[in-house]
Design a protein. Structure first.
Length: 401
């Protein structure tokens, strides 16, 4: 991990007026230096806990400490009822901490069953049933599931891409250093060329999302991991399958069987991420993203639940950085242009690729055929924009049925 340059906003108490201006500046500087060092120390502790696998369990402890302190202060003042109440809350939080350690960290719990496959579900229900898994069973995939997943990875790795650069997915069976997922021991590592190619990054998201949905139908759990993955840990386990002169790791995807034993922190984390913007904030009728698209009006209504599965597509920290513009052309079906609304070079491009995959699979399920192409501003009928936001990337063009 590289060094983090963090600026800290804080207030310095004004020095007494009998100090000179120069002396006041020295005092303020000393206070600023102290707070900066304190913040940096806390940040280092956080990173150490994160990448040693302890941060996921520490939330109850952090929450319990203030209750313990106030309980002690209340007891010292003779407020025994308040002290007992606050002490009870703190004790309850510590019980949660111990329970998480026993059941998740040290894996002392009854054996869990393998999940059921979803072969009888329609594609849209499979896609909507998929959730990011934060806690995995410690067992490895069965030989049958691993063989089936390997075939799926090969199929989508060799499928036609939007760009021209090759991308690939390497299977790693090792406890990589990742956060916040716990007990994951099997991963797919997404690798693109080292020289930056935005279409290659989009292809990573598009291909891996199709693999993820196929794994969901198999009953497997998955979790996209980008900023929470330790690159050095991944490179070490890849060995000679990774060439630092030619390859760049885009992200990893944990895969395996979901566990019902989840640290309380991750339960809260999941709830916070399980929110989505409305369709009116994601689909538009103009390239300026000002007029929401009426997805219920013909011919846009023909795309049905395809809008919904894109709305629920995963993205880094649930940023939802993709937007889509529906445009009527010469065909009876509209064209859809995909944009990003942040300048992120990697995570926004991966998220856009995920949207492309969900859009493509949803359209195919409805019998609506099309293909992706990168169009010029003139071909899209808009004014050229360099790298301004929102930034256009690719279009879905309908084909005659």
């Amino acid at each position: 991990m590289g060094k983090n340059n963090v600026s800290v906003n804080h207030r310095i108490t004004p020095a007494p007026q009998y100090f000179t201006g120069e002396e006041q500046a020295v005092i303020a500087s000393a206070g600023s230096e102290f707070l900066s060092k304190l913040f940096a120390a806390v940040w280092r502790i956080k990173l150490r806990l994160q990448f040693t696998g302890w941060l996921q369990y520490m939330l109850p402890v952090v929450a319990a400490l203030p209750f313990f302190v106030v309980a002690i202060l209340a007891g010292s003042q003779g407020s025994w009822s308040v002290a007992a109440l606050l002490g009870g809350v703190a004790a309850g939080l510590m019980v949660m901490f111990v329970f998480d350690l026993i059941t998740v960290k040290f894996r002392l719990h009854p054996a869990e069953r393998l999940p059921q496959r979803k072969d009888t579900m329609n594609l849209f229900d499979v896609m909507r049933s998929r959730r990011s898994c934060r806690s995995f069973q410690p067992r490895r995939m069965t030989p049958a599931d691993l063989a089936e997943l390997t075939d799926v990875v090969r199929m989508y790795s060799e499928a036609p891409r939007i760009g021209t650069s090759a991308v690939r997915f390497e299977y790693v069976a090792a406890p990589l250093t990742v956060w916040p997922t716990v007990n994951a021991t099997e991963f797919l590592v997404a690798i693109a060329p080292r020289q930056y190619d935005r279409l290659a990054v989009i292809d990573v998201g598009r291909s891996l999302q199709k693999i993820v949905i196929a794994a969901t139908r198999m009953g497997l759990a998955t979790c996209w991991i980008g900023p929470g993955a330790d690159q050095s840990s991944i490179v070490q386990h890849l060995g000679n399958r990774f060439n630092p002169q030619q390859d760049h790791i885009i992200c990893v995807c944990a895969v395996g069987y979901k566990s019902c034993y989840i640290p309380v922190f991750l339960r809260i984390f999941n709830r916070q991420l399980y929110r989505r913007l409305p369709l009116s904030a994601l689909f538009f009728a103009d390239a300026a993203l000002q007029t929401p698209l009426d997805v219920t009006a013909p011919p846009f209504s023909r795309f049905g639940r395809t809008y919904e599965v894109c709305q629920w597509s995963p993205s880094s920290y649930n940023g939802q950085t993709t937007r889509c513009v529906g445009v009527m052309g010469d065909s009876e079906l509209p064209q859809f242009d995909f944009y990003t609304v942040t300048a992120s070079r990697y995570y926004a491009a991966v998220a856009l690729g995920i949207w492309c995959a969900d859009w493509e699979m949803g359209c195919a399920a409805l019998g609506l055929h099309g293909h992706f192409a990168v169009l010029s501003a003139e071909e899209r009928g808009v004014q050229p924009q360099l790298d301004l936001l929102p930034r256009y990337h690719v279009s879905w063009l309908p084909e005659a049925n």
